[in-house]
Design a protein around this ligand. Structure first.
Ligand code: ATP
Length: 311
């Protein structure tokens, strides 16, 4: 059983415009609306992999209702905590000039809502072996909130996988989650070195693992990924894709990892599944969606090798 945590979900609206003109009226004919937030992307991919997923976090207002209405379509079990505030909207504008995003901060979480969530989280821990926790923290929650969740999971012997950044990641690590999934930029920030080399990153990731985290899954976009534990470093090389919509690839990767680990595949296979799901999302127009036959196809072309010397 797998659960996901999305504390600050959003209705993601994507406008496709031939040209985006500032200071002008821009009319759109194609509007794409999805239930967003990194944890919900993970949930959709897990669901496409055939897993029954329980989702939790906070939802409020009409926008929260809209998101909840999408869950049956994806077969997701809704365990979100209702809140007074309104779930946010996030806007992405795709045009020939590039990609522009406008992100609302999201609602304030009240103390009673936080307490309700924690009670709910304890129940979820009792019935799920894996908990995937993704994204930023909404206001009202302290920056060590993920540390608390990770520590609770560890205490109950559950696998908590954490994908976040900045202070939430820095503090979250102290709760010893099973895995963290930074990308290059996030790991550089964590180790406080803007231009860290891969060797630097491996060294630091190993040091993090020695403190009690089992895996650091370092995603490297089109360059594949590294899976680091205190004793081993595995490198996945992936084939090149021609057309790429990268948003959500990290979330899809985390879903692939969790799925394959829960199936008890070898760790090399788990890394391949993670990369294949990330690639399939990158090859798809939609965020947090994969094509299962494509995933199986990509698995044949991903090479995993053990790094003993340099990178
Ligand atoms: P996001 O924040 O957009 O979800 P991320 O930065 O967390 O993404 P990435 O490192 O970009 O994660 O991608 C995760 C995985 O997805 C990669 O390890 C790779 O397997 C796959 N992937 C991403 N981009 C590409 C690409 N351009 N070509 C092939 N595969 C890709």
């Amino acid at each position: 059983m797998i659960a996901t945590v999305t504390l600050n979900p959003a209705i993601d609206i994507r406008y496709n415009l031939p040209v985006f003109q500032l200071d002008e009226v821009n009319r759109v004919s194609i509007v794409d609306k999805t239930a967003g937030g990194k944890g919900l992307n993970v949930s959709r991919v897990l669901s496409q992999l055939g897993i029954k997923v329980t989702c939790t976090g906070f939802l409020g207002g009409k926008s929260g209702e809209w998101i909840a209405d999408q869950f049956p379509k994806w077969g997701l079990n809704n365990q979100f905590v209702p809140i007074q505030g309104n779930t946010r909207f996030c806007l992405a504008i795709e045009s020939s000039e590039g990609h522009t995003e406008i992100l609302e901060q999201g609602p304030l979480i009240e103390e009673n809502e936080r307490e309700e969530f924690l009670k709910n989280f304890d129940r979820i821990l009792d019935t799920n072996q894996y908990i995937v926790v993704s994204g930023s923290l909404p206001s009202g929650l302290s920056s060590d909130f993920y540390r608390q969740l990770a520590a609770k999971a560890k205490q109950k012997g559950k696998y908590l996988l954490l994908d976040t950044s900045n202070e939430a990641l820095e503090k979250g690590i102290q709760g010893n989650p099973f895995l963290i999934k930074p990308n290059r930029e996030e790991l550089c920030k964590l180790i406080g070195k803007k231009d860290a080399t891969l060797e630097d990153m491996i060294l630091h990731a190993r040091a993090i693992c020695q403190k009690g985290i089992k895996f650091v899954l370092l995603s490297l976009g089109k360059q594949g990924a590294l899976l680091i534990s205190s004793g081993r470093v595995l490198q996945a090389n992936i084939p090149t894709l021609t057309s790429v919509h990268q948003v959500g690839s990290g979330d899809s990767m985390l879903a692939g990892f969790t799925y394959a680990h829960a199936k008890d595949y070898s760790i090399e296979e788990v890394l391949k599944w993670a990369c294949a799901c990330g690639m399939s999302n990158a090859a798809s127009e939609r965020t947090g969606e994969i094509d299962l036959s494509q995933v199986h196809y990509y698995l044949n072309f991903i090479e995993v090798k053990e790094l003993t010397g340099g990178v």
